[in-house]
Design a protein around this ligand. Structure first.
Ligand code: HEM
Length: 271
């Protein structure tokens, strides 16, 4: 009997719970490899995780403090739309969004996912529990923002997709469809981090469409709305495209049967 590990289906991090006799097991039968003690790649071959954490913490430390006092006059967005629900919902989504970003980093950390499955599960639950109300808050406030339909439609679409992808990912995890869970959650996290990318895109779009807003000259409101609107679209669409590219790439890699060291030993012992 040939014993083949199923890392090919889901890739590093996931493996079949038992012995399989074909080159491909049903992916729904798979469990994370942490459960069977597989060792991961060393930290220096994952060079992105710590810069991402530092960037995220820096983003939260820079953007959140003006909202901690719950004083609308300290908000960076001035003037605030004339709507009584805007500021409470803005603050709600900022606080919960910070939790989403921090737990999103934890969820992406391959070593933690593999070696501390309890921590992965708990931080995943916190990620989902914070994201769902944050997304609902965003869907309510996005149509109220002041830069016009371009920004409003971009942010509302982002909020709706953020909510849907996360629910689909959570449901797939509960149903133990781990391959689907992984894909929806990668899309969800890509959208979460679009807020960080948005800061960079906004600067680029201001330079391109409304340079006087940066140089301190007279600001044309239409140019400003154009810059903010384009940045709102680009920041999440580009992140989602990168995530889809990564999923296609890893799906192709994972569909190649790879025999693990352990299974080769078992096969050799049996021959
Ligand atoms: C991914 C879905 C998200 C959407 C659709 C979204 C949408 C929005 C909208 C519509 C505004 C008001 C913009 C305006 O009035 O011009 C806003 C502001 C803000 N959002 Fe989000 N947001 C999202 C995620 C996040 C996350 C994860 C954070 C993390 C902390 C965050 C932090 C902020 C902050 C700090 C502001 C106030 C602007 C500032 O002070 O720079 N957002 N967001």
């Amino acid at each position: 009997m040939e014993v083949v590990a199923c890392t090919s289906v889901l890739g590093p991090g996931w493996e079949h719970a038992g012995v399989v006799t074909t080159t491909h097991a049903r992916r729904d039968d798979l469990v994370p490899t942490g459960a069977v003690g597989r060792r991961g790649r060393p930290i220096w071959r994952r060079p992105w995780i710590f810069p991402l954490m530092v960037l995220t913490i820096g983003f939260v430390v820079y953007t959140v403090p003006p909202y901690l006092t719950l004083d609308p006059s300290r908000a960076r967005l001035a003037p605030l739309p004339d709507n009584p629900v805007f500021f409470p919902l803005l603050v709600t989504h900022i606080f919960l969004g910070s939790i989403v970003l921090l737990t999103g980093c934890v969820q992406l950390w391959p070593w933690l996912r593999r070696t501390h499955r309890g921590a992965h599960r708990w931080s995943g639950r916190i990620y989902v529990a914070a994201l769902l109300p944050a997304a609902v808050a965003v869907i309510i406030i996005a149509p109220l923002t002041r830069f016009g339909p371009n920004q409003q439609v971009a942010n509302t679409t982002l909020g709706v997709l953020w909510l849907i992808f996360t629910i689909l990912g959570y449901r797939a995890g509960r149903q133990r469809r781990f391959a689907d869970h992984r894909e929806w959650m990668i899309r969800s996290v890509a959208l979460s981090f679009s807020i960080v990318a948005n800061r960079v895109w906004t600067m680029i779009c201001l330079v391109a469409f409304a340079p006087t807003a940066l140089s301190g000259g007279p600001v044309d409101e239409a140019e400003l709305a154009q810059a903010v609107g384009v940045a709102s679209w680009v920041s999440w669409v580009v992140n989602l495209l990168i995530a889809e590219g990564w999923l296609v790439h890893t799906r192709r890699r994972r569909s190649r049967p790879v025999r693990s060291h352990r299974s080769r030993l078992s096969a050799d012992a049996g021959s």
